[in-house]
Design a protein around this ligand. Structure first.
Ligand code: FAD
Length: 691
């Protein structure tokens, strides 16, 4: 019998339905979370609902090279992006950058053999992983990570390269990359090239990175059979003019960090993605000299759900100074377009736009890019192609390829990117650089951390900050070099106190923030919890070593002990070593120590070292040595020891001196003294908060 049309339609529906049922909807693309699939496609995976499966992610976006980063201050993330760009433009690799936090690692054992994983890993603090790398690190360095299959060896298929960012003044130099590299090798993965190590302590991070990557690329090219081609700039982001919008349109971001802030409904949790716009309750100058400043601020968190513990860090989200914003807009010939509204779109499904859009050129430069930072030599090489004329181009190529020449002309003078472009071109405008190159080539403007200088027991809703203002005279340069965040805070302090003519010694900042949202005296902040903590038993003696602004957390500690003593608790001996140049100039909190002494009596001792008062320079480590006997006795009573401040010299010397003190007083070899100090660190009896 013939089937009529109706029958065919009915049959078709039944067949389709059955197929859908049998395949559980898979053929229709209806996965467990239909929203997830559509979001990945629509937003390049930058939004909620995305996969945590890196292999799936690479497959679906056609990638054969993933660059994972563990980053705290943005440098590792920046290096990861640069590797991604270079891999693509020089070798045709299909690269993607991945935040370690955003993926799971139990399937790393199924990583395809013909792909490569790169790890760019910063070591933070005392050999710790960065916040975003904690889970990965714990997984990969565990005795027996639960990989999804039972391959032997589990990572026999994995090809990887590794670069670490560290600081040789720290005890656990580059321990992240070293330990991860060791673990990957242990599980049978194959490293290509050397595991590179950049050293911030020696100030050679950028050059270490450049020196590492070239042989790495050569080795990788050979291993993966890649052919090198002439690198041309390929944008990752498209800049889309939004002519129908103006800077007053409500949906345009003028520096607001996220949608809640844009809509005026900012609420917690406040964290590294969402700052609290905090009122500054009070601010004052701590130094008694004209040419140097140290700020004391009281940040009021009472109207937020933020909390802190004594010893934590507060992060300040700075704004770039107006002069630098103008200089940048000017050299790029964007001054007339500063308020033009643009959207930034990722051209790559795996790339993330680092700030919300639509926005304006002015807002991007002022609030989101690290425009004042040291210039990357590699970036100059990239920009050479857009030079305003051939001779400028030749100069850029030379700067990009000659390390010493670059140092002499650019880094030595502390030039930032705008100043560099201007000096190199003799003021000629650089009007043909795609703006995307800056979004890709400059770091995201980073919050700056400060060791909280108050006790949460004494003032739970007010955070004290003690910050020395960064201003340096650079030989051969007419204007002083100024740090971004501290001069911004200085300007806020000047505003609050109605200092006369503040611009004469500050820089102009847009202190009222986007849409005047920071009006009054406000600063965007969040709190970062740290491991720098008093012993839970207050009767334990403590030794505090905090010269200069290193005294910040020590002030919090002493405040806390005084409060505990007032409440009748048995507080152990508290000895503070403080150092500065001169009693009359930069003796921080001089009168406060007397107040604490009144409460704590013999339980508190302040030992000072003034380096510029006598003929001989005296530092805290010298004072420590003079008190060797007492220090040793306290340590034998299980005193906790805390060191805060300069990582490069002071913290290291204190470490050495302690070993010597122990050796001498206990009559053991120096090597034994060093070992005891090491063990104290491992047991958290010796804690550092250094930068
Ligand atoms: P930036 O602009 O960040 O400049 C900082 C330095 O970078 C400059 O001195 C210079 O050496 C270099 N630099 C920047 N731009 C260039 C350029 N174009 N060319 C060459 N070199 C350049 N500081 C305190 O005062 N008090 C504290 O309690 C405190 N606690 C801290 C706690 C932690 C955990 C950390 C990590 C840091 C802490 N710091 C503290 C330091 C603080 O975070 C800032 O680094 C400091 O205030 C300088 O910030 P800035 O934005 O003013 O300077």
């Amino acid at each position: 019998a013939q089937l009529d049309t109706l029958d065919i339609v009915v049959l078709a529906i039944i067949l389709l339905g059955t197929a859908a049922y049998l395949t559980k909807g898979k053929v229709w693309g209806v996965t467990k979370d239909p929203y997830a699939a559509s979001m990945v496609n629509a937003n390049g995976g930058a939004k909620a609902g995305k996969t945590r499966n890196i292999i799936e992610k690479m497959e679906e976006s056609g990638k054969n090279c993933v660059i994972f980063y563990g980053s705290q201050t943005g440098t590792a993330e920046d290096y990861a992006s640069r590797l991604a760009k270079e891999g693509k433009s020089r070798f045709g690799l299909e690269t993607m950058v991945a935040d370690l936090e955003e993926y799971d690692y139990d399937n790393l054992d199924t990583f395809p053999e013909d792909k490569v994983a790169m790890f760019v890993l910063a070591t933070y603090g005392e050999g710790e992983p960065t916040d975003n790398a904690v889970d990965f690190y714990e997984f990969i360095t565990s005795e027996d990570p639960s990989f999804s299959n039972s391959n032997d060896p589990p990572l026999g298929n994995l090809t990887y390269v590794a670069f670490g960012l560290g600081n040789n003044t720290y005890e656990h130099y580059n321990s992240m990359v070293r330990n991860v590299d060791k673990a990957l090798e242990k599980f049978g993965a194959h490293r290509v090239g050397e595991a590179g190590e950049g050293d911030d302590g020696a100030g050679t991070m950028e050059e270490d990175f450049l020196a590492w990557k070239d042989p790495m690329w050569a080795a990788l090219a050979e291993k993966m059979n890649l052919e090198e081609r002439e690198a041309v700039y390929e944008p990752i982001f498209a800049i889309v003019d939004r002519d129908n919008l103006t800077k007053d349109s409500p949906e345009v971001y003028l520096g607001e960090p996220n949608k809640m802030h844009l809509e005026g409904s900012a609420r917690g949790p406040f964290n590294a993605h969402n700052p609290y716009i905090a009122p500054i309750a009070e601010s004052k100058e701590l130094f008694n000299v004209k040419d140097r400043n140290c700020l004391h601020l009281e940040v009021d968190i009472s109207a937020s759900n933020l909390s802190y513990q004594t010893g934590d860090h507060i992060a300040v989200w700075p704004t770039n100074p107006g002069q630098e914003v103008d200089e940048m807009l000017s050299i790029l010939d964007l001054k007339d377009k500063r308020d033009a509204v643009i959207s930034v779109k990722a051209l790559e499904p795996t790339a993330k736009v680092p700030f919300p859009t639509p926005t304006t050129y002015d807002a991007i430069i002022r609030y989101h890019l690290e425009i004042c930072a040291p210039v990357s030599r590699q970036f100059l090489g990239t920009l050479a192609a857009f030079a305003p004329d051939e001779s400028v181009k030749a100069e850029m190529v030379k700067l990009g390829s000659d390390k010493d020449y670059f140092h002499d002309k650019i880094s030595k003078n502390h030039y930032n990117i705008a100043r560099t472009l201007s000096v190199v071109s003799g003021g000629k405008k650089w009007d043909s650089i795609p703006f995307s190159a800056f979004i890709e080539g400059l770091n995201k403007l980073q919050p700056r951390y400060y060791s909280i200088s108050s006790s949460s027991l004494v003032q739970p809703k007010k955070i004290s900050v003690t910050a020395v203002v960064e201003s340096q005279l650079i030989p051969g340069r007419s204007d002083p070099f100024k740090g971004v965040a501290t001069n911004y805070l200085l300007a806020l302090k000047q505003k609050q106190n109605g200092d006369p003519n503040p611009e004469a010694f500050g820089l102009t900042y847009e202190l009222t923030g986007p849409r005047n949202k920071y009006d009054g005296v406000h600063v965007p902040v969040h709190v970062r919890h740290s491991n720098f903590k008093l012993p839970s038993d207050p009767s334990k003696p403590i030794i505090l070593i905090g010269p200069g602004t290193g005294v910040a957390p020590m002030r919090g500690f002493v405040q806390e002990r005084a409060k505990q003593a007032e409440s009748g608790e048995n507080v152990g001996k508290t000895i503070l070593f403080f150092g500065c140049r001169k009693r009359s100039e930069d003796f921080l909190y001089e009168s406060e120590w007397e107040e604490y002494k009144k409460v704590l009596g013999d339980k508190f001792e302040l030992v000072t070292a003034f380096s510029r008062e006598g003929a001989k320079k005296v530092y805290v480590q010298h004072r420590l040595k003079e008190k060797a006997k007492e220090i040793n006795e306290l340590l034998q009573q299980k005193a906790y020891i805390y060191v805060c401040g300069d990582a490069a010299n002071m913290a290291r010397e204190v470490n050495t001196v302690l070993g010597q003190i122990i050796a001498k007083e206990r009559d053991v070899p120096e090597s034994k003294g060093e070992e005891i100090v090491k063990n104290m660190r491992a047991a958290n009896q010796y804690q550092e908060d250094v930068w």
